[in-house]
Design a protein around this ligand. Structure first.
Ligand code: HEM
Length: 250
C-alpha cells in the first residue's frame, strides 16, 4: 500500500470523531447519573410506605439541608442534556425506523442457529423501545420535574414551599395516577435497558456474558417496577401505607 494513502487509525480520531466520542460519553454519563438518581428517588417517594410522617420527615430533612433544591435543578439539566445527546442517534425519518423494525424481524430467522441464548433481533427491539420510552419520558418527565420544581422552590401549592405528603397524594388521587403509571413503566424499562446497553458498550462483556447481563437487567426492572407500583397505589389511596406501624409511638 502506498504510504501516502495509509492513515494510522489514531489519526482518524480527530475533529468529528472526537466530538462523537464526547457526545457518547456525555450521553452515557448523564444516563448513568439519572439512573442512580432514580434509585434515590425510589427511596424518597417510597417513604410514603411509612405514612405521611415518614414522607414529610424525609422531604423536610432534604429541604432543610438544601439537598432537594439544587437536586431538582441538576436533574432538570441532566435530563435535558441526556435527551439532546441521546436523541442524536434517533433515525430522523419514520421510514428509517420502519426499516429498522423490518431488519429486526428479519434477524429473527437466525434464532437458534448461533447457539446463543440471546438473539440479535431482541437487541434491536430493545433499542427501538428505548427510543419510544425516551420520547414518553421527555414529555411526561419534563412535566413532572417542572411540577416538583414549583413545589420545592415556591409556595404555589400546599401550605408553603416544599414537598408534602398531603399535596402529593391529593394530586395523584385527583387524576395524575394514570400519567405516573405510564411514566413509571417507561422510566423503569428505559433505565434498566439503558444500564444494560451502557455496560455492554463499555466492556462489561469481558466479565459477564450477555445473557447474564440481560438477566440482571430484568431483575432490576421487576424490582424497581414492583416497588414503584406499590408506592403509586399508596399515593393513589388504594392501599394504606403498609409500614406506617414502624413509626407508631415514635
Ligand atoms: C427532580 C427531582 C424529582 C423530585 C424531587 C421528585 C419527587 C417526586 C414526588 C414527591 C413524587 C410523588 C408524587 C408527586 O408529588 O407528584 C414523585 C413521583 C414520581 N416521580 Fe418523581 N421526582 C423527581 C424527578 C423524577 C424524574 C426525573 C422522573 C422520571 C423521569 C420521576 C418519576 C416519577 C414517577 C414515575 C412517580 C410516580 C410514583 C412512583 O414512583 O411510583 N421523577 N416524584
Amino acid at each position: 500500500m502506498n504510504s501516502s494513502t495509509f492513515r494510522h487509525p489514531a489519526s482518524l480520531a480527530t475533529g468529528a470523531n472526537r466530538s462523537q466520542l464526547l457526545y457518547e460519553i456525555a450521553s452515557g454519563a448523564s444516563g448513568l447519573a439519572l439512573a442512580i438518581f432514580m434509585f434515590g428517588h425510589l427511596v424518597l417517594v417510597g417513604s410514603i410506605l411509612l405514612g405521611a410522617r415518614g414522607f414529610d420527615g424525609l422531604a423536610s430533612w432534604l429541604e432543610d439541608a438544601w439537598i432537594a433544591q439544587p437536586t431538582v435543578v441538576l436533574v432538570l439539566v441532566l435530563f435535558l442534556l441526556h435527551a439532546v445527546m441521546a436523541s442524536r442517534k434517533i433515525p430522523a425519518q419514520l421510514r428509517e425506523r420502519r426499516r429498522m423494525i423490518a431488519l429486526a424481524r428479519d434477524l429473527k430467522q437466525f434464532r437458534g442457529r448461533s447457539g446463543s441464548a440471546f438473539q440479535p433481533h431482541l437487541e434491536s427491539m430493545l433499542w427501538i423501545w428505548q427510543v419510544r420510552t425516551g420520547m414518553v419520558i421527555l414529555v411526561l418527565g419534563s412535566f413532572h420535574v417542572l411540577l416538583l420544581g414549583v413545589d420545592v422552590l415556591t409556595p404555589l401549592f400546599g401550605e408553603g414551599a416544599g414537598i408534602e405528603a398531603a399535596t402529593s397524594t391529593a394530586r395523584v388521587r385527583g387524576g395524575l395516577w394514570p400519567i405516573y403509571a405510564v411514566l413509571l413503566l417507561a422510566v423503569e424499562f428505559h433505565a434498566s435497558v439503558g444500564l444494560y446497553r451502557l455496560f455492554v458498550k463499555w466492556g462489561a462483556g469481558a466479565w459477564l456474558t450477555r445473557p447474564t447481563l440481560h438477566r440482571l437487567e430484568r431483575i432490576i426492572f421487576w424490582i424497581v417496577l414492583g416497588l414503584g407500583a406499590l408506592t403509586l397505589v399508596v399515593l393513589a389511596g388504594v392501599l394504606e401505607p403498609p409500614l406506617a406501624f414502624l413509626l407508631d409511638g415514635t
